[in-house]
Write a protein that binds this ligand. Structure first.
Ligand code: SF4
Ligand code: SF4
Length: 349
């Protein structure tokens, strides 16, 4: 399917998808549909309608109970599908996905999906839908982040904790007699002549502290001399610039203006593999948590950012230099060394 899409045979690539859809192992993966929508030539007659049909098929499969959108990763895939539909100006289809998966409670949402939808619907002139998304967002925010005032009111309204119960009255006479403690010694210990208190003391001793295992975390670091991400024309396997910059039209213009005839950035020096405008490079060239959140919807949690940044580099290096390349081996080595039993420090700058 990918090869057919690469060769521009979009409609033909749909045939294997339809064959796959009837197989028992098939499940409706939002990423697959995103690739189709992303590579669709929606300007051609009939393709826009075919995209809408594809989205309806996806929703129908989900309704029948196929696939899942529960894990965080699947929510990202869903976000990408919505964003791609907005970028391809398929407002109705984007709204259908949003309505089915978010409004009907199909998945654990992330605030980014609301932002994408609200801005996208406005951009496409669907003001009423944009207002509904904003209202959904406010409701969701109020549910997951109760305002500080409510929390304070709740705390004030709570009665003070009850005083501790009085100690039990002291017993006199026979009742004060201590009960005989059971013998904790095993038969073997008694035979060895060990005293009861000695055995008790040994058993009470806390076990030696376990050695804490160092936690392995993945930390991202750019590998010097790589430069793979400066190949700006990345081909159909990667999200298109229109998709990435759906909400940043100025960035889209700038990005496109930087693509040279060979697909590499015009500011990239191939002989030294460095950027000629490194200090002034655009925001979208910076591999930083905020940038990943803004453009790719990756939450700026340290572990998520590092993982996503590493996987983006691996995909890009494979595409530019190949799976067996020295650049990929070098990148993996850099990440191994950077991540070596190192605890996270945050923020990464
Ligand atoms: S692909 Fe990754 S490692 Fe290579 S230059 Fe870009 S950020 Fe650095
Ligand atoms: S501006 Fe610099 S960092 Fe950005 S793509 Fe071009 S060469 Fe690479």
């Amino acid at each position: 399917m990918a090869e057919l899409q690469r060769q521009g045979c979009w409609s033909l690539a749909l045939s294997p998808l339809h064959v796959a859809r009837i197989e028992p192992w098939y499940y409706p993966n939002p990423a697959l549909y995103t690739t189709f929508v992303s590579s669709s030539p929606v300007t051609e007659d009939g393709t826009a309608a075919a995209v809408d049909v594809l989205v309806e098929a996806f929703l129908e499969e989900k309704e029948r109970g196929g696939g899942f959108v529960e894990a965080e990763e699947d929510v990202y895939k869903l976000m990408r599908l919505v964003r791609t539909l907005v970028a391809k100006e398929r407002a109705r289809a984007a709204w259908r996905v949003y309505k089915a998966e978010v409004r009907m409670g199909g998945c654990e949402v992330h605030e980014y999906i609301y932002r994408v939808m609200a801005r996208g619907m406005k951009w496409l002139g669907f003001e009423a839908e944009a207002a509904k998304v904003e209202a959904d967002f406010r409701e969701w925010e109020a549910r997951i982040l109760p305002p500080a005032k409510d929390v304070l009111d709740e705390m004030r309204a709570k009665p003070p904790p009850p005083p501790p119960p009085p100690p039990p009255p002291r017993l006199r006479g026979d009742e004060t007699k201590k009960k005989k403690k059971p013998d904790v010694r095993t038969a073997a210990e008694a035979a060895q002549g060990l005293q009861r208190h000695e055995v008790e003391r040994r058993k009470k001793q806390p076990p030696p502290p376990k050695q804490e295992k160092a936690k392995r975390v993945v930390r991202w670091k750019c590998a010097a001399g790589c430069g793979a991400c400066c190949k700006l024309d990345k081909g159909p396997d990667f999200p298109s610039p229109e998709e990435i910059f759906a909400e940043h039209p100025e960035d889209l213009k700038l990005y496109k203006s930087m693509i040279g005839a060979d697909g590499w950035c015009i500011n990239y020096d191939k002989s030294t593999r460095t950027c000629n405008i490194y200090e002034e490079r655009p925001v979208f060239c910076r591999v930083e948590p905020k940038v990943f959140e803004e453009y790719f919807g990756v939450p700026s949690r340290p572990s998520t950012f590092d993982r996503e940044a590493c996987s983006a580099c691996v995909d890009t290096i494979k595409m530019v230099y190949g799976e067996e390349s020295a650049e990929l081996t070098n990148f993996k080595r850099v990440i191994r060394e950077e991540s070596k039993f190192r605890r996270h420090q945050w923020p990464i700058m």
